[in-house]
Design a protein around this ligand. Structure first.
Ligand code: ADP
Ligand code: MG
Length: 252
């Protein structure tokens, strides 16, 4: 999946007047790469993902997926929202099958693939359990597998770890990183956490405070092939952290 954002702008109309959320975002991603978008709260990160997914309409500019302009909800995209949003009354299996069910493909050929995903990622024994019986980390894994179930070409992850405590976040980010790598997905992760952005992806795009503008894109070539844990131990990790931190805090 090749992703191109061309001069994306977004202005919301609210009771208090216009809110400019995003300003002139231009960005390209190659097939199979993982991009993090980091920026302060309220800078328009969720808005950007919603526009890429076709859930929200840009006020200007356009999104191209594989050369085709996004004009509505795209079947090429798997979107994992900020909260895991698993339905409490559905079992883990029924939650994971939701996307296929909505497409009328629940009994199709993807069904076996979903059972395999549950197996491969340690959820098979919990398939008949309710979400509340699982730990926060396992629920996040379940939400990711639900997103993978429809085999989307592009994965969009909106702060998937923000509800987890620090220890769990470290292990779940390792977990989710390896799942995305293994499934060979093109992915965009948005976060306000600098360490998370550097530990997960091939490149980090830095957004300014609202209205979100693109300040820099850093290619993390030297970290390719390393897990998030290995990156956090890498001698250059803090130098990257400081670079991004200065761009965010000092507005340089
Ligand atoms: P982030 O995900 O980076 O925290 P958001 O994309 O959620 O930021 O929001 C960016 C800005 O747009 C915020 O100021 C927010 O209040 C505003 N905003 C988001 N959604 C709406 C909406 N539906 N109507 C009006 N304002 C909105
Ligand atoms: Mg958000």
């Amino acid at each position: 999946m090749i992703v191109a954002l061309e001069r994306i702008r977004k202005t919301y109309q609210s009771a208090e007047g216009e809110v400019e959320a995003l300003s002139d975002i231009t960005l390209e991603m190659e097939e199979g790469t993982f991009l993090s978008v980091v920026g302060p709260s309220g800078c328009g990160k969720s808005t950007l993902l919603a526009i890429i997914a076709g859930l929200e309409k840009a006020s200007g500019g356009r999104v191209l997926l594989q050369g085709e302009e996004v004009t509505g909800v795209s079947p090429l995209v798997g979107y994992m929202p900020q909260k895991d949003e698993l339905f409490p009354w559905r079992s883990i299996r029924e939650n994971v099958l939701l996307g296929l069910e909505l497409r009328g493909e629940k009994n199709g050929e993807r069904r076996a693939a979903v059972e395999e995903l549950l197996q491969r990622y340690g959820l098979a024994d919990f398939a008949d359990a309710a979400p509340r019986q699982l730990s926060g980390g396992m629920r996040q894994r379940c939400a990711l597998i639900r997103t993978l179930a429809t085999d989307p070409a592009l994965l969009l992850l909106d702060e998937p770890f923000s509800a987890l405590d620090y220890q769990t976040r470290l292990s779940v980010s390792d977990d989710i990183h390896s799942i995305i790598r293994r499934e060979k997905k093109t992915a965009i992760l948005v976060t306000h956490d600098i360490s998370e952005s550097i530990s997960m992806s091939d490149a980090v795009a830095v957004l300014s405070a609202r209205p979100g503008r693109l300040k820099a894109v850093h290619e993390l070539t030297e970290f390719r092939g390393l897990s998030p844990m290995e990156r956090r131990d890498h001698p250059h990790f803090h130098a990257w952290f400081n670079t991004v931190w200065k761009e965010l805090e000092l507005g340089v």
